[in-house]
Design a protein around this ligand. Sequence first.
Ligand SMILES: [Zn+2]
Length: 260
Amino acid sequence: MKMIFKKIVQLLKYIFNSPTLAHFTVGLVCSPTKSFCPICQNGNRFSFICSGRLRRPNSVCPVCGSFERHRFIWLCFENYWFKNGIDKTEITLLHFAPESCFKQKFHRLFGAGYMTGDITPGRAKKIVDITNIGFPDESYHYIVCNHVLEHIPDDKRALSELYRVLKKGGTAFLSVPIRGETTDEDLSVVDPAERTKRFGQYDHVRYYGLDFKNRIENTGFSVSIFTPGDVIKNEKIRILLGINNTNTMEDNILFIATKK
Ligand SMILES: [Zn+2]
């Protein structure tokens, strides 16, 4: 009896020392609501779990670690790539600050054409400064850059670099935290507490509004805006994304920018 008890304690310790297993177990035991993750294709028996800086319910997939916005963006990719029936083996994709839930999928889809870049060593295949990208002009068909530009003081230069390395007709999938219509920016604010209060995170230099679209267009791109309702039916939004209504969709906007 003592041995069995000891084994159970050991098992519980193992589960709760592993973030993924702990997420999965909590999801199974505490959240009976059905969900289906379009990225890792897991579902039915688990629910997305409460996480994120604002402790949102139904936010993280316990298997691949994706947030609502990752699942939404993945559905946009599917919608864009699979509907157009492109030959993915010949496509080049540059992925900034690569999210782990996307990396394997992209690698499988694009093989040697898939490149990752990040300013921090060890986080991607190459160290890349988005304001001075070390790749030749017109070298990529696609760029994926999520939640990066709000960290970059000279985002105008970053956007023009993205434009430069894209092939003509190529597309950049861009997302940033969005609040309201107008961007709130003040580069003189450097105090981390003040930045958190004003821009949502200690290392953000602005809070973009929907006028982010204008900044992208000013670089020369033509821009379309996608929200969850554009790629999935309303009744599936809760199941696939974990969000309940449009009030929580501020982070779920994708800007698809095409180089003319
Ligand atoms: Zn998942």
